[in-house]
Design a protein around this ligand. Sequence first.
Ligand code: N01
Length: 543
Amino acid sequence: MPDTLAHEVARKSTETAVFDVAVIGAGFAGMYMLHRLRQAGFSVVVLEAGSGVGGTWYWNRYPGARCDVESMQYSYQFSDELQQEWDWSEKYATQPEILRYANHVADRYDLLRDIRFDARVTEAAFDESTARWTLTTQAGERVTAAFCVTAMGCLSSANKPTFEGLDSFTGAVYHTGHWPPEGVDFTGQRVGVIGTGSSAIQAIPVIAEQASHLFVYQRTPNYTIPARNAPLDPHQREAIKRDYPNFRQTAKQTFAGINFNFNDESAAGVDERRRQEEYEARWAHGGVSFMGAFNDLLFNADSNETAAEFVRSKIREIVHDPAIAELLSPHNVIGCKRLCVDTGYYATYNRPNVTLVDVSNEPIETITPKGIRVKGEKYEVDAIVLATGFDAMTSALNSIDFRNGEGNALSEKWQEGPRTYLGLTMAGFPNLFTITSPGSPSVLTNMLPSIEQHVEWISDCIEYMRNQGRRRIEATLDAENAWVEHVTEVAGGNLRSTCSSWYVGANIPGKPRVFMPYIGGFPMYIEKCEEVVRGGYEGFDLS
Ligand code: N01
């Protein structure tokens, strides 16, 4: 089996290079997929649209970008040497530090030789006669592989709403998800940030310190909990490292695959004093573990409201102007949209150089050559930051013209919403695997362990195929339908499915409203995947 890219990749569009597996994307999922498959003796090529590894951490370089999962948990665990040799510097790692980690992994495992950068895949077609996929890139390069694995991330396709007049704007326009690698210095500039989701909430306090004036255009306020970020105490870091296997194992047994203190009392079952005590402790600790304060916060609307009101009371405490505090106060279910984690977000609105512009009732009217007009009022700005999020979970896959052997498109199959078996495969699309796709816990969990679980499942499956002398695997329609039904049913019992979030595609006009990730929890999901394997790949046709 040839093993180096130099021998393999067609340099001319007329040639087609041949591999066992083609992986799309070189973020954490694609990198580990490559490593694992190569270890198993397969020839692999990774096609990556960007010019470097890191995926989300390659593209999202906006000021203040950090991971909201603690650094000691947001890393690979497949190699003990790797997790022992790397030292995170802060409780929450910055984007540059995570990108350095991704590059360290790429170097350590010599991954770059099998990754093609600046290779955006545009088409992928399955040929039934050979049972192989052929992938074509924007530049016209072609590779063929027995299996295709997508590792394109859940939040990788930027949402750029069409604001009237945007093209006429004479200043710079940035999207948080496509930040220039060289960075942007806003010193002395008037800046307009559109959006107040996780990305904006991290970027706004940093931009406010540089800009001469910052205007924030808010359509819907979000709940955010202080990160309480700090340098990692070396003793604590070493203590976790000494116990890493147990630490990781405990995390895997939690709903979100994250090791944090979950309180198994219900908010409805305790008195006001006890609730306040718990919320205060969680607010002081910081981060997303706030939602672990009580076990019914995502199941009982009244309980949820006690947590929501607690955060609103904090906003009123922090923000000096009561009218601004009220505008910043969300009134929907807390945790329904992804909870944000910040450093100094609410206090930023006390700065004299920051103006909050409410666009909840009347949308941004137009972008002019010199700025942004809202309700007839003109805001002159030098730069616009679109912190408008992503067309989540489906758009990256739909951006590639996937065609099965009958010439049917994946985008047609998903017209009414995504349908998968375990978020890993799709009926009608043989030999195609998707990492952290709709129907898997993905974005509701710590992505790293979720990615590792998917990669290992896919790699084991491909090895099994080889060992059994099988060449074609396809999820049955029955198995897929049953899984989609189960995913929908569990979502229905959770308050998270009740609001207009990107989880349900509500941020993209016309997108079918479907709760996309699997909300049954990481342990239940792992058990189901393992059960399928124990059953000889139950729910699949192998031939
Ligand atoms: O995107 P978002 P994001 N006019 O969709 C507004 C992960 N992440 O990039 O809510 C005006 O949350 C939109 O308003 P509304 C994390 O999973 C993680 O911030 O639709 N405003 C909203 O305020 C997160 O959930 C980390 O009314 C418009 C904002 O733009 C996910 O990425 C950090 C508009 C978009 O918010 C996405 O976060 C960052 C319009 N036409 C991100 N269109 C960490 O790990 C949209 N908006 C910490």
